[in-house]
Design a protein around this ligand. Structure first.
Ligand code: NCD
Ligand code: ZN
Ligand code: ZN
Length: 430
């Protein structure tokens, strides 16, 4: 056995003092006593599965002044995320075999964590879905316009979903109805205006369209960043093939709780009312929400600190997501079981990857935490190139150590690997 690590491990819903054996990057044994060539004893510290973030924008290529695959994936690693899935609204957009292959080549060189990438479907490339599916982890559809996004017209939604179903991949959807957004468009001065321009009814209408279009398909459909009560009501009775994600910012903030720096919190879909926020928490706690996804969407402060109407939408979050929710568990706002399901188990299931659980045969991806060590978020301690965070001052539990396929990539809060170790996790991809 190459390595054994010992500690209080999260196994089948409880913590047990165990040794985990690792061979060739995989978990090979879990026993009370084990000794490998190298043995690391973490004592009373907790060993949890590392997190998986199915929704990040690492801006590479095209907007690498905001982030690139190296800085984005380092931020992920420090935050206990060992696998990320990158969105296609880069420059060029990821809409062809060539652009997805190029992005994967870049990520292989730069990424500190494992990764996958999505292809965006628009009205042009819809006929090539089958060919492109051999190169990506899944597809992204933007039904409403958002930062640097392409769009698929509403009439083509069913055709696209059917084609992805044939290719047996997952489809992730930004669900805001474009027609509805257009009808509400006006000049925006603050977050309340942003909500008026992108009301819940636009999300509701779009989710309805998706549920209608996917009635007869078996492939997975994922609704990204749910933000409203209305959307939640529709998804309560969703079919098995449909999953839904919520972001940290929609759970931690509501429009009434943000007083300063309004443009920093400008994001699509908008941060809404306290009632929306509480409904999302209800869904998270009671198993109606499948995953937490950061929607890590960095922009520079320079870009954000302009008048509200011209500020881009999006905020960073990949590094702080797992630590923020660990602190919520400590405050008894959430159980470990729900957290691990939302950040590890369900994302692994959705993306069909052998991660997300401490179980023999799976990748040896772990985080080690000192449950007593609570710290507060400070932007200067974070690693995204954008250099700021909307979560400043909030309480967190950061992992001291992070393992990616048995490699200790973070050791006592320090990065140990000097270059990218990340693999493409897309199954069946050349
Ligand atoms: C995202 C971005 O900046 O890429 N912006 C956002 O407000 N969430 C795009 C998106 O996910 O809609
Ligand atoms: Zn989106
Ligand atoms: Zn996004």
């Amino acid at each position: 056995m190459d390595l054994t690590i010992e500690g209080n491990a999260y196994l089948n819903g409880t913590f047990e003092k165990r040794c985990i054996g690792i061979e060739q990057g995989k978990i090979s044994a879990i026993k009370k006593i084990l000794k490998g060539d190298e043995h690391l004893n973490f004592g009373r510290k907790l060993i949890l599965p590392a997190g998986i973030d199915i929704h990040v924008h690492f801006r590479d290529p095209g907007f690498v002044y905001k982030e690139d695959f190296s800085t984005g994936s380092q931020a992920a690693a420090f935050g206990g995320i060992t696998c990320v899935f990158d969105m296609p609204n880069t420059k060029p957009q990821t809409t062809t075999v060539q652009t997805i292959s190029e992005k994967i080549r870049t990520a292989k060189k730069k990424s500190f964590v494992d990764f996958g990438a999505y292809v965006a479907i628009d009205d042009e490339n819809i006929k090539y879905i089958n060919g492109m599916s051999k190169h990506c982890s899944g597809f992204k559809i933007f039904l409403g316009s958002t930062t640097d996004s392409l769009q698929l017209s509403e009439q083509k939604l069913k055709e696209a979903i059917y084609a992805v179903n044939q290719a047996n991949k997952i489809t992730l959807i930004h669900a805001e109805n474009e027609q509805c957004l257009r009808e509400h468009k006006e000049v925006e001065h603050n977050l309340k205006d942003h909500i008026r321009c992108r009301p819940s009814e636009c999300e509701e209408k779009s989710i309805k369209d998706v549920l209608d279009a996917c009635r007869d398909v078996s492939s997975k459909i994922h609704i990204c960043h749910l933000s409203s009560c209305e959307g939640f009501e529709l998804l309560r009775k969703k079919p098995k093939s449909v999953s839904v994600g919520v972001t940290p910012h929609h759970l931690f903030f509501d429009v009434g709780s943000i007083n300063s720096k309004q443009t920093l919190y400008k994001v699509n879909p908008p941060i809404r009312s306290n009632l929306d926020r509480e409904t999302l928490w209800y869904g998270v706690k009671n198993g109606f929400i499948d995953v937490l996804e950061s929607d890590h969407a960095p922009h520079t402060l320079e870009e954000k600190e302009v008048d509200f109407d011209n500020a881009p939408s999006g905020l960073p979050g990949v590094e702080t997501m797992y630590p923020l929710f660990l602190a919520e568990v400590k405050k008894n706002h959430l159980s470990f079981a729900r957290l691990i399901s939302l950040l590890c188990e369900r994302p692994a299931e959705l993306m069909n990857i052998p991660k997300g659980k401490i179980e023999v045969g799976r990748d040896a991806d772990f985080i080690v935490i000192d449950y007593k060590e609570t710290t507060t978020v400070k932007s200067e301690n974070l690693h995204s190139k954008c250099g700021w965070t909307p979560f400043e001052g909030m309480s967190t539990i950061f992992p001291g150590d992070v393992f990616l396929r048995g490699e200790r990539i973070i050791e006592e809060h320090q990065l140990t690997s000097s270059s990218g170790l990340g693999n493409n996790v897309a199954s069946g991809v050349q």
